[in-house]
Design a protein. Structure first.
Length: 290
């Protein structure tokens, strides 16, 4: 579930509808509706629901409304999870039980007292250049386009699958792609001329249409599988974003510009994507050693 220091939700056995637990199922249905009404991204809703379903399965003879802080602590303690996954589970519980309390279904959220989860700072993991270059030679045009959009332009997998040919515009500095990222925030991402031309040649519709959903596009999960296969299983869409950030910063030394390219709200997040070359770190040490 966790890759490159971030969480990516994919459907699994625990995401299937829950049998029984009528009260919990009804609560979850209304909670999800509330999340949708608030504009919460579908991926975030899926991830939060995933953990609540796991909680239900852990307590087959209890209703969620009756669980105590001790119950939630015991459940979290029993899981062999990474800090990132544990933090996401805690966030899901706080959101769900916070909603139950806010809507007066329970008097107080038992998740309020759950301890803060500290996540160690992750080292950036850009896709190795040899893996990246070899993947660009693939005969799969879809995979090649997705790899370039992630590895050169820094797009997220959820942004790549929604690219349309008519989202490209010409600006004084060259072609750019209008991207709507996390939280509905839009940004204009510069494109290499040849990549813009190739995307435009596909026409005004979805660049990655779904073979099963009429009029729809590939899901982020499906697109990620295509990219990972082209990368030989040695990297993923997120490591391609790390590659874009690392190469962009190496060429410009402008963290603010890289932040805009990747669509981050904070430069601290962008800094976590940039792998400083060993020779640069050594040069910094040598400068201090003078």
């Amino acid at each position: 579930m966790a890759r490159g220091g971030t969480l990516e939700w994919t459907p699994g056995p625990d995401a299937k509808p829950v049998q029984g637990h009528a009260q919990a199922v009804e609560d979850m249905r209304e909670w999800v509706t509330w999340l949708q009404a608030s504009g919460t991204p579908t991926t975030t809703i899926g991830l939060r629901r995933y953990y609540v379903v796991r909680l239900i399965r852990h307590f087959p003879n209890r209703e969620l409304r009756t669980l105590t802080t001790s119950d939630l602590l015991a459940w979290l303690a029993a899981q062999n999870w990474s800090p990132n996954t544990r933090k996401a589970a805690r966030s899901a519980l706080r959101n769900f039980y916070g909603w139950l309390a806010h809507t007066e279904r329970i008097p107080r959220s038992p998740a309020l007292e759950l301890p803060v989860i500290r996540v160690p700072r992750a080292r950036p993991k850009p896709t190795p250049e040899d893996v990246y270059r070899e993947a660009l030679a693939t005969d799969d045009a879809r995979a090649r386009l997705a790899i370039r959009l992630a590895g050169q332009c820094g797009l997220r997998r959820g942004e790549i699958c929604k690219v349309r040919g008519d989202d490209i515009a010409q600006t004084p500095s060259g072609p750019s792609l209008r991207v709507v990222g996390k939280g509905g925030h839009a940004r204009d991402v510069p494109l290499p001329e040849d990549l813009a031309e190739e995307i435009t040649e596909h026409g005004p519709g979805w660049l990655f249409p779904s073979p099963s959903a009429r009029g729809g596009h590939l899901t982020p999960h499906h697109l990620a599988k295509i990219v990972t296969a082209a990368l030989g299983g040695e990297a993923c869409t997120h490591s391609l974003r790390h590659r874009a950030a690392t190469m962009a910063y190496a060429g410009t030394r402008d963290l603010r510009a890289v932040q805009e390219l990747l669509g981050h709200s904070r430069p601290e997040t962008t800094a976590g994507y940039v792998l400083a070359p060993d020779d640069t770190i050594r040069a910094a040490m040598m400068a201090a050693a003078r």
